[in-house]
Design a protein around this ligand. Structure first.
Ligand code: GLN
Length: 422
């Protein structure tokens, strides 16, 4: 059987490829030379499979799609507090290249607009400009899965014309938020924007964010969870500049666009997506890219706010076993998060135990998050101390207390069969 997924992507590619509106960015002279008809879509799953349609090997400069990753590196290098002391997290509602600061804090409003991105670049660890850039380029390469070179022509072209960005660098220096030389900061930022990628690389980079900071193919932990949460949050509110609200309501995927014509999207826990087509709308977002994301989100139910209902039905059922040691067994299912564990606890605490032994059958549970673990441990403690019952946990895959957490007051079994044997 041939997988229908590549065929679906090819259909989206063909349909969106009919759009001819928008214009190639030309304020960076070298970008104006891009072929406006180039069009590619790539989708990478959190287990490292990449699907692609169109010219997915075509290379282009990463431009502003670099910003979330640089933000992640700055957060990893400096810690959240130091970064937040320099760059805010509020959507600006302005164009990406607005020369502006937050009037209350005197900081750039967020790391996705140029002012914030120049400052973020300055926070990347490195003793000088070269070391900073090399650390950044190598980290980008690990996220993509192979070395990413810089496009010297695009760099030279932007560097020669980047007066607005230099104005921002000097402004940041003048108000005292930028610690390094402003020209070095802007040059480093322009180099960062000139790193080249193709759609497959970008999809894999986005999938690393979707996968909680673990590169799906290599398994390498690049960013800790807390960093990923921060990056994805800022992408959600600020990634699409002055079109962020429209994007969040229609597409609903944390995203970032770049003037070369790319858009990346990271859907937590599921996929990384990248689309490339150079013609841009008035906000600087790829016209075909926007449409392709709209299609993918709608057709594949990828809107962040379209939440599944499984969390509410964690208790599959309860029964009491026959035999010498009657046991009340609660069969639990799915991933346990707060809403799931709450419904479970509500059902279990609604009436006193029906036998002198109570068992939780976790055979069909695949993951239990921190809060659910704590709640479940407390339920076990209370059943044991208050209701004076023996508590059993049937947990063949060791999902409860996965990270070395002790489970006092309960005996572990590996299979329901052991209930009748013990
Ligand atoms: N290098 C570009 C600039 O600073 C990046 C802008 C973008 O992609 N939106 O203007």
């Amino acid at each position: 059987m041939r997988s229908p997924i590549p065929d679906y992507l090819a259909e989206v590619h063909d349909t969106c490829g009919e759009l001819l509106g928008g214009a190639v960015a030309d304020y960076i002279p070298e970008l104006a030379a891009a072929d406006p008809d180039t069009f590619a879509i790539a989708l990478a799953t959190v287990d490292g499979t990449v699907y692609a349609a169109g010219e997915a090997d075509h290379r282009f400069t990463i431009q502003s799609m670099s910003k979330p990753f640089t933000y992640g590196i700055a957060l990893a290098d400096r810690g959240l507090d130091q970064v937040l002391a320099k760059v805010g997290v509020e959507p600006s509602g302005e164009a990406f290249n607005e020369i502006s600061l937050d009037p209350d804090t005197g900081q750039p409003r967020n790391p996705m607009i140029n002012a914030g991105a120049i400052l973020t670049h300055s926070l990347v660890e490195g003793e000088d400009a070269d070391a900073r850039f090399e650390h950044l380029r190598q980290t980008f390469s690990r996220i993509a899965g192979h070395p990413l070179p810089m496009d010297e022509d695009v760099f030279t072209s932007e560097w020669a014309t980047t007066h607005r960005n230099l104005a921002m660098g000097h402004m940041l220096k003048a108000v005292g938020v930028l610690d390094i030389d402003p020209v070095d900061a802007v040059e480093g930022y322009v180099r960062q924007c000139s790193i080249t990628v193709n759609c497959r690389d970008l999809a894999m980079m986005a999938a690393t964010l979707a996968n909680g900071g673990v590169q799906p193919a290599s398994g390498e932990l690049i960013f800790r969870r807390r960093v990923v949460r921060q990056v994805l949050s800022v992408m959600t509110t600020c990634g699409m500049y002055d079109a962020a609200g429209d994007w969040l309501t229609t597409v609903g995927i944390p995203a970032k666009s770049g003037v070369s014509g790319g858009i990346i999207g990271a859907l937590p826990g599921q996929v990384g997506i990248a689309v490339f087509s150079p013609r841009l709308d008035e906000h600087g977002n790829s016209v075909r890219g926007l449409r392709a994301f709209e299609r993918l989100s709608r057709d594949m139910g990828m809107h962040l706010m379209d939440v599944t209902r499984d969390a509410r039905t964690s208790l599959r059922g309860s029964y009491v076993t026959d035999g010498d040691h009657p046991t009340e067994v609660h069969k639990v299912q799915g991933d346990l998060r707060f809403a799931g564990v709450e419904s479970l606890v509500r059902a279990v605490s609604a009436q006193p135990p029906r036998a002198s032994r109570v068992a939780f059958d976790l055979t069909r549970v695949s993951e239990i998050d921190d809060v659910s673990t704590r709640v479940l441990l407390e339920v076990i403690r209370r059943l044991h101390l208050d209701d004076k019952v023996e508590v059993l946990i049937i947990d063949p895959d060791h999902v409860l207390g996965e990270h070395g957490v002790e489970v006092p007051y309960a005996r572990r079994l590996h299979h329901v069969r052991e209930l009748t044997a013990s």
